[in-house]
Design a protein around this ligand. Structure first.
Ligand SMILES: [Fe+2]
Ligand SMILES: [Fe+2]
Length: 474
């Protein structure tokens, strides 16, 4: 696959051979740049940022590093290399050739899946647009912008599919991806997590750990799709996504590390004392975690879902790493759900496996989330603190699925609405928590310096030292 990096729109899809498509995308390009200037990172567009740019999908080209002004970042269209004779890997069409075009009967469903994924990409850039001003270091500032430009490229990836395979409807959807805005009262983004404000860096790390990880699982599910261009697009996006989750994982780890240092110096883990010393107390970190984890769980959809069943049956959206399963039909199997019984307890219900696909994916997501907690808890254990970070029960604070509107405690025990209201401040960030965390947010732009509420990273980017000048201001 040849990569045309020097075209106006860098690509490895031979855009030159399709003039109509090329022109349509070149028409969308200035609209994208307008959106970037209006709703992308505020103020830092003249800075030179040490960024990774994909110029092709091979091992040498997918991550080239250099100083770039963000508006000059080369947002390109890159699909993973095609697999010869790829076959449908699951569902009723198992074993048939994968589709290079969109089958008429799945057109509107596939378009909806692509638009829903595409909508999250610019949404997160909008959510994070003011964070540059309060970055704890140049290293973090650079990572924020890396995430932002790549989410912009992920938008390009979805817009390419809409333009190339969905005709006029697709072009209209591509326009609307720039018209909905995160948190907008009239035209919000499609999924609720992507309308939550991200006003501080603790939220940013939680978002990149928990919400970008939802992105990983959605992309893995779509990478299994019988619609081959979608599969190839998502496979390449996953290589970039890994860094976003790394930012969250190490970011939360560094916050906890710094808190431990401060607790050691003070000889106490008293939250008020920790705050007085300018670090973030562990209960506050836990409350932020509870908020973003529970919000991200909703993104997987209902636990019993006829949509999920038909996506699977028709081969549109599979399970992450489908090849690891033995039964690719999942036509006979069943799944047992724990549901609220309406009387303050739990009942079980057996449903067809295909209807439980959202739950199956959510479960593997939860297992993946636990890995970070094990690392963070190791820091606490090594420092001889008994405190441990925990994932709340997936029933806690849900707004989608069977547990929506059933209050539970963080262990998943159903409780009354009154008890939930009385204990909410134990479990979720309070206005006071948010105000305190915001009070710490002051930009640190001096080379090698780090804000006092977070420890420095262990390693730099691309083998550069941690005090490298990751962002140059002129
Ligand atoms: Fe993304
Ligand atoms: Fe991401």
């Amino acid at each position: 696959m040849e990569s045309n990096y020097h075209d106006r729109i860098p690509n490895n899809v031979d855009l030159r051979s399709n003039r109509t498509l090329q022109r349509a995308l070149e028409h969308w390009q200035p609209e994208f740049l307008n959106w970037w200037h209006g709703l992308g990172p505020s103020d830092f567009n003249a800075a030179e940022v040490y960024l990774r740019t994909a110029i092709s999908v091979d091992t040498k080209g997918w991550a080239t590093f250099g100083y770039v002004k963000m508006p000059e970042y080369r947002w390109g269209i890159f699909l993973a290399a095609p697999e010869t004779d790829r076959r449908v890997g699951f569902g009723d069409n198992l074993g048939q050739p994968a589709w290079q075009q969109v089958p008429g009967e799945h057109r509107s469903t596939l378009r909806r899946l692509i638009v829903t994924q595409g909508d999250t990409e610019p949404a997160s850039v909008e959510q994070q647009r003011l964070l540059g001003h309060t970055a704890p270091s140049l290293y973090d500032l650079r990572n924020l912008f890396q995430v932002n430009v790549e989410e912009g490229r992920h938008l390009w990836a979805m817009v390419y599919l809409l333009h190339a395979y969905f005709g006029r409807d697709g072009r209209e959807e591509a326009e609307e991806l720039l018209e909905r805005h995160s948190g907008d009262a009239d035209k919000p983004r499609i999924l609720s997590t992507f309308n939550e404000p991200i006003n501080d860096w603790l939220s940013f790390y939680m978002f990149t750990y928990f919400t970008d990880r939802d992105g990983k699982f959605q992309l893995k599910s779509l990478a299994e799709s019988s619609f081959d261009p979608l599969s190839r697009t998502c496979r390449f996006m996953l290589t970039e996504e890994a860094h976003h989750m790394f930012v969250g994982d190490t970011g939360i780890g560094r916050v906890i590390k710094r808190t431990i240092e401060v607790m050691k110096e003070l000889g106490t883990d008293d939250p008020a004392a920790v705050r007085k010393a300018g670090a973030i107390d562990l209960p506050t970190i836990q409350r932020y975690l509870n908020f973003w984890f529970s919000s991200s769980l909703d993104l997987f959809g209902g636990d019993s879902s006829s949509n999920a069943a038909s996506y699977f049956a028709n081969g549109l959206k599979g399970r992450p790493d489908e090849e690891r399963y033995e039964d690719h039909l999942a036509a006979e199997a069943s799944y047992t759900l724990d549901l609220p019984n309406g009387k303050g307890g739990v009942r079980q219900e057996e449903i067809p496996m295909r209807n439980a696909m959202n739950e199956v994916v959510r479960e593997s997501y939860v297992r993946d989330c636990e890995k970070g907690l094990a690392r963070w808890n190791k820091l606490l254990e090594d420092a001889s603190y008994p405190h441990r970070m925990v994932l709340p029960s997936p029933r806690f604070r849900r707004t989608v699925g069977s547990w929506a509107n059933t209050p539970t405690d963080t262990t998943g025990e159903p409780i009354s609405a009154e008890e939930f209201a009385a204990r909410e401040t134990e479990w979720l960030p309070t206005e006071g928590d948010r105000a305190y965390v915001r009070s710490l947010m002051k930009g640190v732009f001096e080379r090698g310096k780090m804000a006092g509420w977070i420890a420095p990273p262990e390693r730099g980017i691309n083998a550069k030292p941690t005090d490298f000048e990751y962002v140059l201001f002129h």
